[in-house]
Design a protein around this ligand. Structure first.
Ligand code: TMO
Length: 315
């Protein structure tokens, strides 16, 4: 060995312990995109951070329930927004089968449930109680729902049990699924003109809370097992006789092989945490400001280096 290669070898050895992680694979990290704005923007934010780190990233549009099976099998690498109300059951089922890992909670506290803009209370002053809502069912009737009230639910992939809740609590409502999130906002906007009463699916954090003050309907409080064990909840013979969790989690999830294959990206993923305000802002950039999601992600990263740069550190 000549002097030069010896020096080089020594240099490399001396430096090696500083490389805390094995290099990430060149294979693309596959990030799923769903049908509500904060998830699309957040996924682009995280994808752009991974690209900045030198990773390859691929976005795929997927069903928001089936995605947990795809993550478990490694077809999709991660999920940025696991909302407890909508996806807790699918996430738990995938965890039980194995192959998916819980990468921790965002700072955000979430709620997803029946909701009304505040003017609705003028016509139904007993709100937010679900029993009061049910006594007012007739004021929510539409040609489509006859003498029953219309509950405009989200797209079918979000929460599949609106009809079961109506049946379990013996409510005079018909569940109509909106085709998209945009259809929900259009329905609220249309009701606003004449201050027509309306009850729709909504969630927090979201841009909507800054546009239309409103409240969630208070259903019987969520109890663990309400979706699995009929004896849980007020109706001893029915599942889904509870509201969704009022202080739900929002988790990050990943394929269990991600840590070995993309260790640096996985390390960053463990540190990522968004707050209610940050998530509402991401939704607003698309739903109010009408930016494209990729563009919204660029603007967000540009404006918030103090938030995301620390996630790239080694600690
Ligand atoms: C899954 N979502 C946040 C739309 O309720």
């Amino acid at each position: 060995m000549n002097k030069f290669t010896t020096a080089l070898a020594t240099g490399v050895l001396a430096f090696a312990p500083l490389a805390a992680f094995a290099a990430d694979s060149d294979d693309p990290i596959v990030i799923p995109i769903h049908n509500w704005s904060s998830q699309i923007v957040m996924s682009n934010v995280v994808g752009q951070i991974f690209e900045e780190m030198g990773n390859n990233v691929e976005f795929v549009t997927t069903d928001s329930q089936a995605v947990y099976e795809s993550v478990r099998l490694g077809d999709v690498t991660l999920e940025m927004e696991v909302w407890e109300g909508a996806f807790g059951a699918s996430f738990r089922a995938a965890m039980e089968k194995g192959g998916i890992v819980d990468v921790g909670d965002h700072n955000a506290v979430t709620r997803e449930d029946w909701w009304y803009p505040m003017w609705t209370k003028d016509a139904c002053p007993g709100l937010p109680s679900w029993e009061a809502l049910n006594d007012c069912a007739a004021i929510f009737a539409t040609p489509e729902t006859g003498d029953k009230g219309r509950y405009l639910d989200g797209p079918v992939d979000w929460l599949k049990h609106g009809q079961e809740r109506v049946a379990a609590l013996d409510m005079d409502f018909v569940v109509v699924n909106a085709g998209s999130a945009a259809a929900l906002w259009a329905a609220i906007g249309a009701a606003e003109a004449n201050k027509d009463p309306i009850v729709v699916f909504n969630w927090t954090p979201n841009f909507a809370e800054a546009v239309w003050p409103g409240e969630f309907v208070e259903f019987p409080e969520w109890v663990e097992g309400c979706d699995k064990d009929a004896s849980v909840g007020p109706n001893p013979d029915a599942l889904y006789d509870c509201g969704n969790p009022a202080k739900g989690y929002m988790k990050k999830a990943a394929w269990e092989g991600m840590e070995a294959k993309w260790p640096a990206a996985y390390n960053v993923l463990t540190k990522i945490s968004f707050s209610n305000a940050q998530i509402a802002e991401m939704a607003k950039m698309v739903d109010i400001d009408e930016l494209e999601p990729e563009e919204a992600a660029e603007v967000w990263l540009e404006a918030n280096p103090d938030v995301w740069k620390p996630w790239l550190g080694n600690s």
